[in-house]
Design a protein around this ligand. Structure first.
Ligand code: ATP
Ligand code: MG
Ligand code: MG
Ligand code: MG
Length: 562
């Protein structure tokens, strides 16, 4: 590719709304452009990296025996009604009507559609096991789209679904995906942990999240320094941390307020199963302002992990600012997560679960719960302080605490969807049986963003070779110098011949700005073609990551680089 003919505009300024480094760099490197909140175009350079990740995913999925198909993004409501998720999913599900007033949604995930396909196509045990996957744009109307591709509303996901005759078969399918995921993220050059994850209301099944280690991550995870144990803090077996929180004071009294909402009412309002709601807690500020924090076990509703904040009288969703004001939580706080004596937020809050125990009894809530007195709000650093170095629940090792970016998720579904939609098969005895399922997702754009979070410096991106948009950039120092031009063109042709993905920077620009752009784009190798080197019959080859430069004889460059 010739830079002069490519669509690639780098930005000097960091866009004001880009909070995390991957978002900043993807904008500055001209990889993506925003069309609306959480909705992006992938410009040519960005698309190349996306396609690299997709290719790695496809190779590993195919190697694991999965088969690619493609489902529609627009899904009729009927399928979602059959699974009852039409009622339960909340506002992340974008619903709309067609011209005939029929209800549809944009698929945020495809369990319903794939189960419908399988119930029609699979009749016999001879057709199983089966693992079907697609790489497709999903839509989730995220409450707080942010961080560029990291949390978009429209985003590319690889989603796979396994179908087996029994639980043992489903376990094998799950394990294959788990291993495939490890290979995928290793091949992408990422530092990650596969962590035990909450299974929400699909109890009994198991689930792992693949977490890229990065400070900008929205999840908190623990892992052992000597064995394989690793878990999301929501799931982690931690020592009773609540013991250090203050005891509830006498001022806490259980009351039924005039407009008290029961869990059932709140659940009906939120359109979720009551079982998903854990408990509520009324918080009052000094100014007498009241809000109810509803801790919930539902991970599908939004990215405010296990919580919804409700105004206690109106049962209206309160905004994040109100949550912060009322809970006294630090900036960046996105809502508490209840677990084992603590309340964590994705930006790390610890509170005291004792204060909320029993609060989910109908018509009974605590009032007068005061932040600081009855519970404490702590930061991620506090969590790390409290947990890091604790004994591992599995071995004699010690726990480490990280922030993680969830790039992949594998989940044993059991028969939840096959039962609801009637996906069955005839066994060897001719008996009808329900199919066992698993589902497996990878965020493609989020994986690219996570890789950039882990691989950058003050000058820009440092792409791991396997997902770099180009492998080599050939920089013509002076394209008006005929000798430079000819040497660069020859090298460019040689590299293309050898199948190297090369960007030829043939622009009529100052060398300094070309070098700056090369660093910003993060292409792993740069070959500088300049008059000075040519005089000695050599070209400078520089590695983006280490900065190491080497003069390589002209005739050997293509070979060295390729
Ligand atoms: P999160 O906890 O970050 O909201 P999730 O658990 O809702 O993610 P899954 O339903 O497990 O996501 O979807 C599978 C994968 O899709 C995730 O592991 C993640 O990599 C990706 N993904 C989910 N939501 C988004 C999003 N809004 N933008 C980009 N990628 C996403
Ligand atoms: Mg989500
Ligand atoms: Mg998640
Ligand atoms: Mg998930």
């Amino acid at each position: 590719m010739r830079y002069s003919q490519y669509l690639l505009n780098t930005l000097k300024e960091t866009p004001a709304d880009a909070e995390v480094v991957s978002h900043q760099l993807m904008m500055r490197a001209g990889m993506i452009r925003k069309i609306a909140a959480g909705i992006y175009s992938y410009l040519p350079l960005g698309l190349r990296s996306i396609r690299k990740v997709e290719q790695i995913i496809r190779e590993e999925m195919n190697r694991a025996g999965a088969i690619e198909l493609l489902m529609p993004m627009v899904v009729p409501a009927e399928l979602w009604q059959e699974s009852t998720r039409w009622e339960q999913y909340g506002k992340e599900l974008l619903r709309f009507k067609d011209r005939k007033e029929a209800d549809f949604c944009l698929g945020p995930t495809h369990e319903e559609v794939i189960t419908d396909i399988v119930r029609r196509e699979v009749r016999s045990y001879r057709q199983l096991p089966l693992n079907l996957y697609q790489v497709q744009s999903k839509f989730r109307d995220e409450i707080r789209p942010r961080f560029g591709l990291m949390r978009g509303r429209e985003f590319i996901m690889k989603d796979a679904y396994s179908f087996d005759v029994d639980e043992a078969g489903a376990d094998v399918a799950y394990d294959k995906m788990y291993q495939a995921y490890r290979r995928i993220f290793e091949r992408c050059g990422l530092r990650f942990r596969a962590v035990e994850a909450d299974t929400g209301n699909i109890g009994g099944s198991s689930s792992h999240e693949f977490m890229v280690l990065a400070d900008s991550g929205e999840d908190a995870i623990v892992s052992c320094d000597s064995c394989e144990y690793a878990a999301n803090v929501e799931k982690a077996e931690l020592r009773d941390a609540g013991a250090t929180a203050p005891a509830p004071t006498e001022a806490l009294s259980k009351v039924a307020t005039p407009n008290q909402r029961t869990i059932e009412e709140v659940a009906a309002f939120l359109k979720v199963e009551p079982a998903r709601l854990i408990k509520t807690l009324i918080l009052r500020t000094d100014g007498g302002e009241t809000a109810t924090v509803l801790l919930r076990g539902d991970r599908e509703l939004n990215d405010i992990k296990l919580c919804r904040l409700l105004c206690c009288n109106e049962v209206e969703l309160a905004d994040e600012e109100t949550v912060r004001r009322v809970t006294g939580a630090p900036s960046g706080f996105a809502g508490p997560v209840g677990l084992k004596g603590r309340i964590f937020a994705d930006f790390e809050v610890r509170a005291m679960a004792d204060a909320v125990t029993g609060a989910n009894e109908a018509d009974a809530h605590y009032t007068g719960v005061t932040c600081g007195r009855d519970f404490t709000v702590e930061t991620f650093a506090d969590l790390r302080e409290a947990v890091a170095g604790d004994p591992c629940p599995r071995c004699a090792g010690k726990l480490e605490v990280w922030r993680g970016i969830e790039v992949g998720h594998v989940f044993k579904l059991g028969t939840k969807y096959s039962q609801a939609l009637g996906a069955t098969f005839l066994d060897a005895q001719g008996q009808e049986q329900v199919i066992f399922m698993g589902c497996y997702g990878i965020g493609v754009g989020r994986t690219v963003a996570a890789a950039i979070e882990q691989n950058n410096d003050a000058n820009g991106i440092i792409f791991p070779m396997p997902i770099a948009p180009f492998q080599v950039i050939v920089t013509m120092v002076n394209p008006n110098d005929a000798e430079v031009c000819a040497a660069a063109e020859k090298l460019y042709a040689d590299l293309l011949e050898r199948g190297v993905e090369v960007l030829l920077d043939d622009r009529d620009e100052r060398p300094g700005s070309k070098f700056k752009d090369a660093d910003l784009l993060g292409i792993p190798l740069r070959v500088t073609v300049g008059a000075r080197g040519l005089k000695d019959g050599a070209l400078e080859v520089q590695e983006r990551r280490s900065g190491t430069r080497e003069m390589v004889p002209l005739a050997e460059v293509a070979e060295v680089v390729a």
